[in-house]
Design a protein around this ligand. Structure first.
Ligand code: GRF
Length: 208
């Protein structure tokens, strides 16, 4: 059984998609052992509690400096016993030690088709604002492994979503979530939980 820690900062709709997929059997061989947030008011923590999952908040504000916070975060994740870490809207840059310790065992969901509209500063509504500004007709979401760069790790799954005339960033964000993020994140978790993928030369290979 794959043990998962989900790291969140906000609403937690992607967390919910994973919880639901485990409940309804779309994801097998996996359980969430902890939901960890840097923001004690994150609704995602409420979602975890509602599902009887250990919900932990750990804020940088409670530590004298970043290093101490990073150490505490690493310790908390370690104590969850997680084999896999999911970044589901986690707005904290991970300590280098963590990306090294968990090589190809941390995944992120990003709301664009990487390598477009990603990297430093591309998070939240900003991504969709830039998509609309550029006038691309297709956007989407990407689930990828996390390395020490920003949105640079091996790509696991992607799904395209149409952009329509008159879209606002908020409308597009919702469509990308519904049609892509909430689908490919659980799918990727299920592939990992069942040993269906591995990384070779920086690329994800799917085993039949
Ligand atoms: C999503 O758009 C995800 O792609 C990004 O952060 C947002 C999190 O939303 N990484 P939620 O907290 O899962 O609702």
């Amino acid at each position: 059984m794959l043990k998962i820690a989900v790291l969140v900062s906000g609403g937690g709709t992607n967390l919910q998609a994973v919880i639901d997929a485990i409940d309804n059997g779309t994801i097998t061989n996996a359980e969430i052992t902890a939901v960890i947030s840097n923001n004690k008011n994150a609704f995602a923590l409420e979602r975890a509690r509602n599902s009887g999952i250990n919900a932990i908040s750990i804020s940088p504000k409670d530590f004298e400096n970043r290093d101490l916070f990073n150490d505490a975060l690493i310790k908390t994740v370690g104590e969850s016993g997680a084999d896999l870490i999911i970044l589901a809207g986690f707005l904290v840059v991970l300590p280098k030690k963590m990306t090294e310790n968990y090589e190809n065992r941390i995944i992120n969901i990003h709301p664009s088709l990487i390598p477009s509209f990603c990297g430093k500063g591309f998070y939240g509504l900003k991504v969709h604002e830039e998509v609309l500004k550029r006038g691309v007709k297709v956007t989407g979401a990407t689930c990828h492994f996390v390395d020490s760069g920003t949105d640079t790790g091996p790509i696991i799954l992607q799904k395209a979503v149409d952009v329509y005339e008159g879209d606002t960033p908020e409308v597009l964000q919702r469509r990308v979530m519904e049609q892509a993020e909430w689908i490919i994140l659980p799918k990727a978790v299920n592939l990992i939980a069942n040993g269906k993928i591995h990384v070779e030369d920086g690329r994800v290979i799917t085993v039949a």
